[in-house]
Design a protein around this ligand. Structure first.
Ligand code: GLN
Length: 544
């Protein structure tokens, strides 16, 4: 096993996840089997119990793990599906250690951070690498070097490098080189300090990834090299990119591939980035623009909808059309006629997943506009459940129809709690989660978009369309076109509408640069088709 540990310095939010994913990508392009593990040094067992304002979107894996959003970046850059063991948290590690202690596994000993917690961390990393059949495992340490939380993890990685021996482990440190002052001077001091912090705990970086707004000047690279004790060619400049998928090529251009091969005694084969480069070339072409409105409640924090944004990037990289996302805060919609008018001019509308009562009425309004005016619409999870509520209210005439999540006393619970959810006490990891088989109706729009009638998609929900309303919804023109094997509604559509689809699952988690998700591609294609027939209107100013 060979390991690349990626740490972060100075501040969080430097794109360490993208760096790690890109390092994985360039090794994979050389035919080396790789995998990635994310360490999140918080006490939560998983990300499922945090709201999106804490750490951005909760990314769901096939096995139902509610993971950090970086797992989504890894899957997209590697083109591989991962499992829950690839997201290590302090909560998981401590839980395992305490369970072992109660079981008597450490009988006679005082259980301590070193060696028991660090031992558990090392054991898990080795196990994950083995199970994945990876030759190289990249380990990204969340947080910033110097945080108390990440200490046991960095110590475990230091121990691991000693155990693996020379030529088996590389340390990559991602830092910020800010540009300050009236003349725009690049400052290396924060990098020097964070490298010193790392060396104090016994880790010497082999590679420094310097993030900043612009490429590093040669003298700044030399300075970092001198002060941080790394060769100048190991100081890599990664300036901000228009699209994150450029980063592997930015690393390649500075010789990171051969450098890693040397550090880890790997064969230095030439990389194959053909498909990746084609994707980027089509993405950049972006002739003609289509406008998709996203109506949600976490719009101030784009990371809350990261996989949606990425899914649209993937479609752009295949259709070669620029996709402009307009973000609408669903709470504002019912209050603002101007916003409603602007929404009615969108080429397509998407209502993503969500929880709770806030902003629900705005989502319902947006859905009504899409349904009644023929604007292509894709509803995901909550955005699908709200489609049923909107239809029940405005077509079936059930004025107070709702989900019981919002109104427990509604006379028409069109969306209600799943049977198995009714007796639960714990909220962590207990939703209907992960990949489930869905059977689509032959001849339906959704089956046409997928090009098949059996799919596997990832889920994360507690509520479902109430079976008591199936018949009435159908009779009035809302077709149920996807079912799970245990009889849950998974897809809805209005056949008379050009594109009015809703799905109970989360297609955004399966979209990849090399294989954009058919539902996102379908929405954009329908939006483009609408543009062709509609009279062009001047582009509205951005909402947010
Ligand atoms: N709140 C809804 C449910 O629990 C939808 C969940 C979601 O959008 N992820 O069923």
């Amino acid at each position: 096993m060979k390991v690349i540990a990626v740490s972060g310095g100075v501040i969080s939010g430097l794109g360490k996840g993208i760096t790690t994913s890109s390092l994985g990508r360039i090794l994979k392009a050389r035919g080396i089997p790789v995998t990635i593990v994310k360490i999140d040094p918080y006490l939560n067992v998983d990300a499922g119990t945090m709201n999106p304002y804490q750490h951005g979107e909760v990314f769901v894996l096939d096995d139902g793990t509610e993971a950090d959003l970086d797992l989504g970046n890894y899957e997209r850059f590697l083109g591989q599906s991962l499992v829950g063991t690839h997201n290590l948290t302090t909560g998981k590690i401590y839980r395992a250690v305490i369970e072992k202690e109660r079981h008597g596994d450490y009988l006679g000993n005082t259980v301590q951070i070193i060696p028991h917690v660090t031992g558990e961390i090392k054991r898990t990393i080795r196990e994950v690498a083995q199970a994945a059949g990876a030759e190289v495992v990249l380990v990204e340490v969340g947080g910033t070097v110097g945080d108390i939380e990440s200490m046991p993890f960095l110590e475990a990685l230091r121990e691991l490098s000693y155990e693996l021996g020379e030529g088996h482990m590389a340390f990559v440190h991602t830092t910020l080189v800010p540009v300050v002052g009236p003349v725009g001077e690049a400052k290396t001091k924060p990098t020097q300090h964070s490298v010193r912090e790392l060396r104090a705990i016994g880790i010497r970086p082999n590679l420094i990834i310097a993030r900043g707004p612009a490429p590093l000047a040669p003298d700044i690279k030399t300075k970092i090299s001198l002060f941080c004790d790394v060769p100048p060619e190991a100081v890599i400049s990664v300036p901000d990119q228009a699209v994150i998928y450029e980063v592997p090529l930015v690393l390649e251009a500075q010789g990171v591939g051969p450098l890693l091969a040397r550090l880890l005694n790997l064969p230095d084969r030439p990389p194959d980035h053909t498909a990746w480069k084609e994707f980027l070339a089509t993405y950049r072409r972006g002739d003609g623009a289509v406008e998709i409105a996203i109506v949600g409640k976490y719009t101030e924090l784009r990371d809350a909808y990261l996989s949606h944004t990425e899914a649209f990037h993937h479609v752009q990289g295949h259709l070669g059309k620029e996709i402009r996302l307009q973000w609408y805060d669903s709470e504002d919609i019912p209050k603002s006629p101007a916003l409603l008018a602007r929404l009615a001019r969108a080429d397509g509308i998407l209502v993503p997943g969500g929880f709770g009562a806030r902003g629900v009425e705005g989502k319902i309004r947006a859905i009504q506009i899409a349904r009644t005016t023929g604007i292509p619409y894709l509803g995901i999870c909550y955005g699908f459940q709200m489609q049923a509520v909107e239809f029940a209210r405005n077509v079936l005439g059930l004025d107070r129809a709702n989900t019981t999540e919002v109104d427990a006393g509604t006379p028409d619970p069109v969306v209600c709690l799943l049977e198995q959810q009714r007796t639960l006490n714990d909220l962590g990891g207990t939703m209907r989660l992960g990949a489930q088989r869905v059977v689509l109706t032959p001849g339906s729009k959704v089956a046409e978009v997928y090009g098949r009638t059996e799919i596997w998609e990832r889920h994360r929900h507690r509520y479902e369309i109430n079976p008591d309303y199936f018949d009435r919804l159908r009779q009035h023109g809302l077709a149920i076109t996807g079912m799970s094997v245990d009889g849950r509604v998974e897809a809805l559509e209005v056949p008379a509408h050009p594109f009015f689809l809703g799905v109970q699952f989360h297609p955004e988690f399966l979209s990849r640069p090399e294989s954009p998700h058919p539902l996102f591609a379908g929405l954009v294609r329908a939006a483009l088709a609408r543009q062709e027939v509609a009279t062009p209107v001047a582009a509205p100013p951005p909402v947010a």
